[in-house]
Design a protein around this ligand. Structure first.
Ligand code: UDX
Length: 437
């Protein structure tokens, strides 16, 4: 009999994991404590914008392999393998991660676990969490040591969540026993030939923190080079291109611009530093403080550059902001560099109109004080300066003449180094970009 799976927590990660595991042929029961979210998922509606996920969800609701519940009792009775996919947000006013949702899942599930099963954590956690939760599970579950824990971090990118789940580049298994390894190898067998790294709990937890720290560092590295380019009239885009041909460096995550945001990278590097501090290894990660600082300085530089272009003050100026999501192909505005810049310019007296292809509703909710347009052209109408802050393809495809016909002055700052400078300058635009002359 194939294993029956549950997915506890149906946010970004959980909704994707549940739908994709059903797609692989498993019977899956998704659980969330949010009744409204479960109702929406049952009717095939996603709480997030994620290309391709809606189709996978609907198909597996229709074939009956995927169901949703709010009952831990039902989940415990159903599942042989329970995937825990709840969030670990940054604590208010602190760098550390808030792992209370994980504890809540274990405390709610464990009392109903009366038979052998495997609980698998997928959330990003401070190293040491898995061992603590494993002990707690055994203590609280009626089945005691028949309930085992494994740690299996998730590396999916928003916008590519389905692809990354069904075609991962690696699988990391932090296990406490060979039996747990055997079960997880069977569960992931339908994915085909994927490299699997089998290790202990702490290493598996650290892999995720290290991966995100590396990615953030790479982005901040090129953005630090952008600062030096700005000081020396050099061109960071050409610098990045030249670096990319060195295979040891590689061109991915080397795009200079407004820097990283989102629900993962910023909070994960902060949580990583906080945990290292607790472990007495804070010196090892002090460089991440600089990575964070470089990243935040890009936002300030963007505001300064825009202010410079409108003559030194935003008072009485209309500013068009293209992009609200933290990156293209997503409606996620968590720690969005674009919205941060828009809000700061608003605070400094600018009249800001924001447009984004899918993140407008989320942006409106978070920043009701800003004005929103229903298209790029509408947002740009009468603007003294246009800021491209999220590199959606529809912005890259904008016609400089058409946009030029609606603005007050043809001035644009390319916050993502996504536009062709020559094309825009040929249409009489004053084109500026971060890190370029
Ligand atoms: C990230 C990790 O990539 C993923 O493996 C992990 O599981 C969760 O965090 P995600 O947050 O979806 O995924 O976004 P990602 O595509 O990594 O981009 C992060 C941020 O970096 C975005 O704001 C993006 O605009 C920015 N970025 C990315 C750059 O500024 N320059 C680059 O070269 C690449």
């Amino acid at each position: 009999m194939p294993y029956r799976l549950t997915v506890l927590g149906t946010g970004y990660l959980g909704a994707t994991h549940a739908a994709c595991m059903a797609e692989l042929g498993f019977e899956v029961l998704g659980l969330d404590v949010d009744e409204a979210k479960i109702e929406r998922l049952r009717s095939g509606e996603l709480p997030i914008h994620e290309p391709g996920l809606r189709e996978v969800l609907q198909r597996n609701l229709d074939n009956g392999r995927l169901r949703f519940t709010t009952s831990y009792e039902e989940a415990a009775a159903f599942g042989d393998v329970h995937f825990v996919c709840v969030g670990t947000p940054q604590k208010k006013g602190e760098n550390a991660a808030d792992v209370s949702y994980l504890d809540a899942v274990v405390e709610s599930l464990a009392p109903h676990l009366t038979r052998e099963c495997l609980v698998v954590g997928k959330s990003t956690v401070p190293v040491g969490t898995a061992q603590r939760l494993a002990d707690k599970l055994v203590r609280l579950a009626p089945a005691g040591p028949q309930v085992e824990l494994a740690w299996n971090p998730e590396f999916l990118r928003e916008g590519f969540a389905v692809q990354d789940t069904l075609h991962p580049n690696r699988i990391v298994l932090g296990i406490g026993s060979e039996k747990a390894e055997k079960i997880l190898r069977e569960v992931y067998a339908p994915l085909g030939d994927v490299p699997i790294v089998v290790t202990d709990y702490p290493t598996s937890e650290l892999v995720k923190s290290a991966a995100n720290a590396f990615l953030a560092t790479k982005i901040s590295f090129i953005n630090a080079m952008a600062e030096v380019c700005e000081a020396s009239h050099a061109d960071v885009k050409q610098l990045s291109l030249a670096l990319s041909f060195d295979e040891r460096i590689g061109g991915k995550f080397l795009n200079p611009g407004l820097g990283f945001g989102g629900g993962c990278l910023p909070k994960d590097i902060r949580a990583f530093m906080a945990r290292a501090g607790e472990l007495g290894a804070d010196q090892a990660l002090t460089f991440l403080r600089e990575v964070d600082a470089i990243n935040m300085r890009r936002r300030a530089r963007m505001v300064d550059l825009a202010r410079e272009l409108v003559g030194g003050s935003f008072q009485g100026c209309t500013v068009a902001v293209l992009g609200a999501a933290f990156k293209p192909n997503s409606d996620d505005i968590r720690d969005s560099p674009a919205l941060d810049v828009a809000a700061t310019i608003g605070d400094q007296g600018g009249r800001v109109t924001v447009y984004d292809p899918v993140a407008l509703d989320n942006a409106r909710r978070a920043h009701p004080e800003l004005t929103y347009g229903s298209s790029a052209l509408e947002a740009a109408r009468g603007a003294h300066v246009v800021l491209l802050l999220t590199e959606w393809q529809e912005f890259i495809d904008l016609d400089p003449e058409e946009l030029g016909s609606v603005v007050a002055t043809r001035k644009i700052v390319d916050g993502r180094n996504a536009l062709d400078a020559e094309t825009w300058r040929a249409s009489s635009w004053h084109y500026r970009a971060l890190g370029r002359p």
